[in-house]
Design a binder for this molecule. Structure first.
Ligand code: NAG
Ligand code: NAG
Length: 189
């Protein structure tokens, strides 16, 4: 199957071209994450890049599926630089990615390496366990971009007045973007 490696190269290239330094440190490439397990998602980024918060989405490449995970995740002022995610009833697959994005206008900051989701009762081999100081978000069911974000974080006081929540627009941009990525991947084949 040539499709997946080609697409992941496109994802990686896209991520590195958008942001000077914003790296997803967990999950790692080919990590296996079982339903029913809570694991830490972590990142490392430049302190002065002006990105104080972002949204996290999860994409399954083969289905063009998109799950809205967490909105307004604080970054710059957070010493934790991680959130925990509990997976429930997410369809198993070896082609999942996390997208770190501003879903309002579709700017991608970073993508995680490709990882696998396993059926409940299987052993996860992710080395990153959980961060007890970080928030935990439950992600359940098949990807569905029309469903609202599983969790929306309270945004920093100084940004509150600028908040506009436009759900349908938000997922529209996001899914259009995944479409672009897939389109780009296809043209490489
Ligand atoms: C988990 O298992 C997959 C498949 O065997 C492997 O590619 C990956 O490196 C493993 N990850 C860890 C952290 O051991
Ligand atoms: C996305 O960008 C807009 C406009 O620059 C900004 O107002 C918003 O706070 C950003 N979203 C997040 C989650 O930071």
């Amino acid at each position: 199957m040539l499709f997946f490696p080609a697409a992941s190269v496109v994802l990686a290239g896209l991520a590195s071209s958008v942001s000077a330094y914003f790296v997803v440190t967990a999950p790692k490439l080919h990590d296996q994450w079982a339903n029913g397990d809570t694991r830490m998602v972590s990142w490392s980024k430049g302190a002065l890049d002006g990105i104080s918060s972002f949204d996290i989405e999860m994409s399954q490449l083969s289905t063009d599926g998109l799950t809205l995970v967490a909105k307004n995740v604080p970054s710059a002022d957070s010493s934790e630089k991680s959130i925990n995610i509990l997976l429930q009833d997410v369809p198993p697959g070896d082609d999942y990615f996390l997208l770190f994005i501003n879903s309002t206008h579709g700017v991608m900051h970073a993508t995680s390496p490709r990882f696998s989701i396993l059926a409940a009762g299987t052993a996860s081999n992710m080395t990153a366990t959980t961060n007890p100081k970080a928030a935990t978000v439950t992600v359940s069911g098949a990807p569905n971009p029309t469903r609202a974000f599983a969790t929306t974080f309270a945004i920093a006081a100084n940004a509150a007045s600028r908040l506009t929540l436009r759900g349908s627009e938000t997922w529209g941009v996001a899914s259009a973007m995944v479409g672009c990525i897939l389109g780009a991947a296809w043209t490489l084949l």
